[in-house]
Design a protein around this ligand. Structure first.
Ligand code: DGL
Length: 258
């Protein structure tokens, strides 16, 4: 009889969390993954904290119904709204969230000018303010809310001719301030990293939290004694989306290969 395997659930407001999923798959190719995007309710970044918290809790409950053994909240916005509450609700579940990767950026270039790009909600949340307070004496940090940017990725328009002019306008002040590093504080943004580099110049170092989050989840899964034992098997990735639209699932598969 075939062994019943429990998947690792990966959640985002849409397709952005695939930038975390691809790191998870690289680190644990033998695991099964359930990737769930809530595109019907996206964007999360312009909603209220309570709305995003409620949606994230509902989806986590669904992952547990699906017998998930671990959960990655691969969305900075959902993490800032809900991770604390989820940890209280499920103290024994290996669960990680994602936050802007300020630490590696500050460590690599102390006292540099660092731009943090994220959704309006992430930037206004208390969790982000605490993160800023931790590093603000070690670098010049410029938070930038980027409404409208995730939509390029969500709609599969990562090579859209409108993207560069959009970024030119969004990043005009950052360019003027001679930013040296950029932290991508939204999981959709790594898919437009090349366009951001094109606008700000290739001397700018760009960071995202995808690898760190994946590595942390692997540690938690090991700690819980839940890591798949057969490292020779090839795990499967199942995509689901609240928008019942086949083209969204096709986009998910394409982004996993980017
Ligand atoms: N991918 C999400 C994040 O990391 C946000 C996109 C949205 O606004 O829904 O914050």
């Amino acid at each position: 009889m075939e062994k019943i395997r429990r998947p690792i659930a990966v959640f985002d407001s849409g397709v952005g969390g695939i930038s975390v999923l691809r790191e998870l798959v690289r680190l644990m190719p033998y695991e099964d993954f359930l990737y769930y995007g809530d595109s019907a309710n996206a964007p999360y970044g312009t909603k209220t904290t309570m709305e995003v918290r409620q949606l994230t809790i509902e989806h986590t409950n669904y992952f547990l119904e699906r017998n998930a053994k671990a959960v990655a909240i691969a969305c900075n916005t959902a993490t800032s709204a809900a991770v604390r509450v989820l940890r209280e609700m499920y103290p024994n579940l290996p669960l990680v969230g994602i936050e802007p990767a300020l630490k590696p950026a500050v460590t690599a270039r102390p006292h540099s000018k660092i731009l943090v790009m994220a959704t309006p909600m992430t930037i206004s949340e208390e969790k982000f303010h605490r993160l800023l307070a931790k590093y603000e004496t070690m670098a010049d940090i410029y938070p930038l809310a980027c409404p409208g940017l995730m939509e390029f990725v969500e709609d599969g328009r990562i090579h859209d001719p409108q993207l560069i002019p959009f970024l030119e306008e969004l990043l005009a002040d950052a360019k003027h301030n001679q930013i040296e590093s950029v932290v991508l504080g939204c999981t959709h943004y790594p898919f437009v990293k090349d366009a951001i580099a094109q606008v700000l110049g290739n001397h700018v170092e760009i960071y995202d939290g995808g690898y760190g989050t994946a590595a942390e989840l692997k540690r938690r899964v090991i700690q819980a004694g839940l890591l798949e034992e057969d490292h020779t098997r090839c795990g499967k990735v199942v995509f689901e989306n609240s928008l019942l639209d086949e083209s969204k699932l096709t986009l998910c598969k394409t982004l996993l290969e980017v």
